[in-house]
Design a binder for this molecule. Structure first.
Ligand code: SF4
Length: 495
C-alpha cells in the first residue's frame, strides 16, 4: 500500500505534491519521492524515510515545473533500498515517470518475461518498474512513435497493461511533452480520486489525482469524481481532458481502506471513512450487548487502541452507555507497528509505543477496542500491558472480522501462517492473546457499516473481503510464489 499524487497545471506543483504526500503519509512511511517536469526535463528527489525528512529546502528547490507526481512508499514488495523508491523514470518513448499504489500478484512472471523476451535488465525489485516497462512497450507497440502522443495510443498501452497485470494498482504518470496520465485497476481495488481548480493550463485549470480525497482537499482542489474501475484519464499540456473506461468490472474496493488504512477525513468511492468507522462501532456494540449479557461481562470502561479505533470506540461507548477512557497514551514518535517489517521490530515498537494510565485502570474491567487483529503481536503485548497496570479483566474487541487469509493486493500479510486467526478457533485466539474475551464484528456487520455510510450509492455493495472469507476477486494461484518472494525480501531487509 502506498500514497500517490499527480498534478498538472499548477505553478506550485512540487509544493502541492509535497503537501499531498504529507496528508497521505499514513499510507506509507518507508520512503518518498517527487518527480516534476519542465522545459529542461525531469527533476527528481527521492529517498527512504518520512516525507518531511526526504525533502530538504535545497532539494525541494530543484523540483521545478508545473506538473508533478509523488509517492509515499509502504513496502509490500522489494527490499526497501533506494533503487525501489518511486517515482521511476524511463527515457523511451518520450520520457515517462511513474508512481503506483497497489500490488502485482504475477510480478515474478511478468519480470521474467520482460527479461527473457524484451532483454530488459531490472534496476529495482519493484513491480512499479514492471508496470512502467509494460506501459512504455504498449506505446511503442501501437507505433510509430509520433511527435504528438495520442489518447488512443495511451488507451492501447494501458489496456495492454491491464490485460497482463493481475492485482491492484492505481497509477499516475508524467509523459514528457504530453502531460499527465492516471488509471485505476479494473476492479477498483485501490482508491483514486480526481479534482481540479484554477490553474495555469490554457484551459485555465489545474488537475490533481490522488489516492485519497484528503490530499485534494488540503490543496484546495474541488472533487470531480473517483476514477471508475478500469478508467484511464489523460490531461495534456493544452488542458484537454480525455477519459475512457477500459474493460472495467464491478467495483471490488478493499474493505480494509475503511476499517484501517485510509485517513478518517477521506471519502472513498463516495463513502466517508469517518462515518463508516462510527457505524462499525455501533454495529459492533449491538453484538457486544448480546455477547456481554450471555457471558456475564460487566465492563467499567471502553478504551480505544490509538489511533484508528478511536472513532469506533466512541460509538461503542455511546451505544453501550459505558464510559469512554483514553488510558493508553501514545508515544507519537514511534512509527505505526503494523507497517514495520520484522517481528522483532514490531515487538520492540509495541513496548515503546503505548503507556497505560495505571491510576485509572487498576481494579477495572476494560474493553480494548482495536481496528483489527492481524498477527496478534501488538494485541498480546497490549493486553499484558493493561493487565500489568492492574486491570481486573481485559476484553479485546475488533472492528474487523477475523483475518484468516493472506492479502495479495497491497496489504502486507502475504502468507496465512503469520495471521493469528489462521486456522484457529475463537477460544484458541483468546488463549493465545491472553484476553478474557476476544470479540470480532461479523462480516455482515462490516458490510452493513460500509453500506450505511454509502448513503444509498451502490458503488461499494461488494467490497473485497478476501482476507476474511478467501473469496479472491482475481486468480491468486501465483500468490504463493509472491508470499515466498516477500518473505525473502523481509529477511534480507531485517538482516
Ligand atoms: S484481501 Fe483484504 S486487505 Fe487485501 S484487498 Fe482484499 S479486503 Fe483488502
Amino acid at each position: 500500500m502506498c500514497g500517490v499524487v499527480g498534478i498538472i497545471g499548477s505553478p506550485s506543483s512540487a509544493r502541492e505534491a509535497f503537501l499531498g504526500l504529507t496528508t497521505l503519509q499514513h499510507r506509507g512511511q518507508d520512503a518518498a519521492g517527487i518527480l516534476t517536469y519542465d522545459s529542461e526535463g525531469f527533476h527528481r528527489v527521492r529517498n527512504t524515510g518520512l516525507v518531511e525528512s526526504v525533502f530538504t529546502r535545497e532539494k525541494f528547490e530543484t523540483l521545478t515545473g508545473e506538473m508533478a507526481i509523488g509517492h509515499a512508499r509502504y513496502s509490500t514488495i522489494g527490499k526497501g533500498d533506494l533503487s525501489d523508491v518511486q517515482p521511476f523514470v524511463s527515457n523511451y518513448p518520450y520520457g515517462i515517470g511513474l508512481v503506483q499504489n497497489g500490488n502485482t500478484v504475477n510480478y515474478s512472471d511478468l519480470l521474467k518475461r520482460q527479461i527473457k523476451e524484451s532483454k530488459r535488465h531490472p534496476l529495482s525489485h519493484s513491480d512499479g518498474e514492471v508496470l512502467l516497462n509494460l506501459f512504455s512497450e504498449g506505446l511503442v507497440a501501437h507505433g510509430p512513435v509520433t511527435e504528438e502522443l495520442k489518447f488512443e495510443t495511451i488507451c492501447h498501452a494501458v489496456s495492454g497493461l491491464m490485460d497482463h497485470v493481475n492485482g491492484s494498482y492505481c497509477v499516475a504518470l508524467l509523459v514528457a511533452g504530453f502531460g499527465m496520465v492516471a488509471f485505476r485497476d479494473r476492479l477498483g481495488l485501490r482508491p483514486m480520486i480526481w479534482g481540479k481548480k484554477e490553474g495555469s493550463l490554457p484551459s485555465g485549470e489545474a488537475h490533481m489525482v490522488a489516492s485519497e480525497s484528503v490530499a485534494l482537499d488540503f490543496n484546495g482542489y474541488q472533487i470531480v469524481r473517483n476514477l471508475e474501475p478500469g478508467e484511464v484519464i489523460a490531461i495534456n499540456l493544452k488542458g484537454e481532458v480525455f477519459t475512457k473506461v477500459l474493460g472495467g468490472k464491478p467495483r471490488r474496493p478493499c474493505m480494509f481502506e475503511w476499517v484501517y488504512f485510509a485517513s478518517p477525513e477521506s471519502v472513498l468511492d463516495e463513502t466517508p471513512v469517518y462515518r463508516t468507522r462510527i457505524n462499525l462501532g455501533k454495529n459492533l456494540a449491538t453484538q457486544l450487548k448480546a455477547e456481554f449479557s450471555k457471558r456475564g461481562i460487566k465492563p467499567d470502561m471502553i478504551v480505544p487502541v490509538p489511533e484508528t479505533s478511536r472513532i469506533a470506540a466512541i460509538a461503542v461507548s455511546e451505544e453501550l452507555g459505558i464510559p469512554y477512557r483514553e488510558v493508553l497514551i501514545k508515544n507519537r514518535y514511534i512509527k505505526r507497528t503494523f507497517i514495520l517489517d520484522s517481528d522483532d521490530k514490531r515487538r520492540r515498537a509495541v513496548e515503546l509505543k503505548l503507556s497505560p494510565v495505571k491510576s485509572e485502570i487498576k481494579g477495572k474491567e476494560v474493553v480494548l477496542v482495536d481496528d483489527s487483529i492481524v498477527r496478534g503481536t501488538t494485541s498480546t503485548r497490549l493486553i499484558q500491558h493493561v493487565r500489568n497496570a492492574g486491570a481486573k479483566k481485559v476484553y479485546f474487541v475488533s472492528t474487523c472480522p477475523p483475518i484468516k487469509n493472506p492479502c495479495y493486493y497491497g496489504i502486507d500479510f502475504p502468507s496465512g501462517s503469520e495471521l493469528v486467526a489462521y486456522q484457529r478457533s475463537n477460544a484458541e485466539i483468546e488463549s493465545l492473546l491472553g484476553a478474557d474475551a476476544v470479540i470480532y464484528i461479523t462480516e455482515e456487520g462490516l458490510q452493513k457499516s460500509i453500506e450505511e455510510s454509502a448513503n444509498g450509492n451502490k458503488k461499494i455493495s461488494n467490497p473485497c473481503m478476501a482476507c476474511l472469507n478467501g473469496k479472491y476477486p482475481t486468480d491468486v494461484a501465483t500468490g504463493l510464489r509472491f508470499a515466498e518472494t516477500r518473505e525473502s525480501d523481509r529477511r534480507s531487509t531485517s538482516n
